[in-house]
Design a protein around this ligand. Structure first.
Ligand code: NI
Length: 157
């Protein structure tokens, strides 16, 4: 495993802490506050992170084991609207996210170097290569954790 790939996987696993830190100490009454019309609450963002991770870890496995596959797109707004995002536990979302990232980081570290250049075709975004795709998920948790921190700041919590 190259130093670069090793650091990508470390960063991927560190996303657990980033998400946990963002959620830590959020008052219950803030969980369902939307920062602006049509914008997700902290609870919805947390459930989105867990759901997005369930999709992501399956995609990583598909690219690693079955390169050349087609990856299905999903409609995140439809998931948020239809899958009870307002009724799920952010704490449970974090636990699910954490376990998925830990087990997936272990799997990724065990891949042969060559697998990191495997690719698949995403229905909407086109060709995705495993190394860049894992980085994309690193950015994803960073961005949504920042969004959670911004909501906390906005409401003074
Ligand atoms: Ni997202």
């Amino acid at each position: 495993m190259s130093a670069n790939i090793a650091s990508v996987v470390d960063r991927y696993e560190k996303g657990i802490e980033t998400f946990a830190e963002a959620l830590k100490g959020v008052p219950a009454e803030l969980l369902d506050k939307s920062p602006a019309p049509g914008k997700w609450s902290i609870r919805q963002i947390a459930v989105h992170l867990a759901d997005s991770e369930t999709v992501g870890v399956a995609r990583f496995r598909t690219i690693a084991a079955q390169p050349g596959s087609v990856l299905k797109a999903y409609d995140q707004e439809a998931w948020a609207a239809k899958l009870a995002y307002t009724q799920q536990s952010p704490e449970q979302a974090l636990q699910l996210f954490s376990l998925l990232r830990k087990s997936t980081a272990a799997m990724l570290r065990a891949l042969p170097e060559s697998a990191w250049k495997n690719s698949a075709r995403h229905e909407e975004s086109g060709e995705v290569v495993l190394d860049k795709f894992v980085e994309h998920y690193c950015d994803h948790v960073d961005n949504h954790s920042r969004q959670i921190r911004d909501i906390r700041k906005k409401f003074g919590a």
